[in-house]
Design a protein around this ligand. Structure first.
Ligand code: NCD
Length: 307
């Protein structure tokens, strides 16, 4: 049974295929309106979410399927001490596919080994978030027309930001990538990501604390929220939370065709004054995420022989 736990579980060819399917859904949504008729997606969210859970649910409804699940650990038997493995063995009796978010790194992988239906990682702790990256990839493809020869700046909480880790992994497979890693000292990209992804693939990268200094060379600026829930103490969070706030004046040296991305939720990282800038793509990412999740659900259910 094929599950998607890491963005690298999908080959470059499969990413292209999913992007093409998403583009086809955008062009002709009616064609897909009954593809998952009678099938069920379970959303098991042990951690807060607005976009990811609702996006999965909207995706399944737009494919003609149904949705069940829970949106907080407290309302599930996890609160009684049930293991993730037992929970997904149970849910496998009710649903054809599972999307799971969990605060513990590796929980969706454990779930995929116990489940008898495909499991999609909808975010595991500070580790990975492959379907956010799929949303990001469709956005880059639609806005920049290519995944090659891009200079991508990621800014903010690069230590705990799982969307950043998955994005770096995904982009590492394309030619001509340059990464600019912009963060406070304490929130740098974990060394395992640097060593296993950037160094291993000979990807040129620079680490800096200076967002404005890096701005002029970027094709993509990917802002992130400081991940309060992963901090060990509130003082550190309060000290670091407003490290980067993108305001219109900071864009003065940015390229006219640079795109501004953010996985959302935004706290203070991007001033609302930027929302009307044509380069702002963060709400497009939200919409693109739904199309990519539709494409992924169809792919996994087809491979499982369910549809
Ligand atoms: C992200 C996440 O959950 O990691 N949100 C999302 O799914 N779009 C980013 C975040 O919470 O900061």
């Amino acid at each position: 049974m094929r599950s998607i736990i890491d963005i690298l579980d999908l080959s470059v060819e499969e990413i292209d295929e999913l992007v093409a399917t998403a583009q086809d859904i955008i062009a002709d949504p009616k064609k897909y309106a009954e593809v998952c008729h009678g099938k069920k997606l379970a959303t098991l969210f042990f951690e807060p979410s607005t976009r990811t859970r609702l996006s999965f649910e909207a995706a399944m409804y737009e494919l003609g399927g149904n949705v069940l699940g829970f949106s907080e650990a407290q309302s599930s038997s996890a609160a009684k001490g049930e293991s993730v493995a037992d929970t997904v063995k149970t849910v496998s009796c009710y649903a054809d596919i599972i999307a799971m978010r969990h605060p513990k790194e590796g929980a969706p992988l454990v779930a995929s080994r116990a489940a008898s239906v495909p499991v999609i990682n909808a975010g595991d702790g500070g580790h990975n978030h492959p379907t956010q990256t799929m949303a990001d990839l469709l956005t880059i493809s639609r806005e920049k027309g290519t995944f090659e020869n891009l200079t991508i700046g990621v800014c903010g909480d690069l230590k705990f930001g799982r969307t950043v880790h998955s994005l770096i992994n995904a982009m590492s497979r394309y030619k001509g990538l340059k990464m600019v890693l912009i963060s406070p000292e304490e929130l740098k990209v974990p060394s395992y990501v640097k060593k296993d992804v950037l160094v291993k693939n000979n990807i040129p990268y620079v680490q800096t604390t200076d967002l404005e200094g890096a701005m002029s060379e970027l094709d993509v600026l990917y802002m992130t929220r400081v991940q309060r829930e992963r901090f060990f103490n509130e003082e550190d969070y309060l000290r670091l939370k407003d490290s980067y706030i993108l305001t219109p004046d900071k864009l003065k040296n940015a390229r006219k065709d640079m795109i501004i991305m953010h996985p959302l939720p935004r706290v203070n990282e991007i001033s609302v004054a930027i929302d009307d800038d044509p380069r702002a793509c963060y709400f497009k990412q939200v919409l693109n995420g739904k199309y990519m999740r539709m494409a992924l659900i169809m792919k996994l259910l087809k491979e499982a022989g369910t549809i």
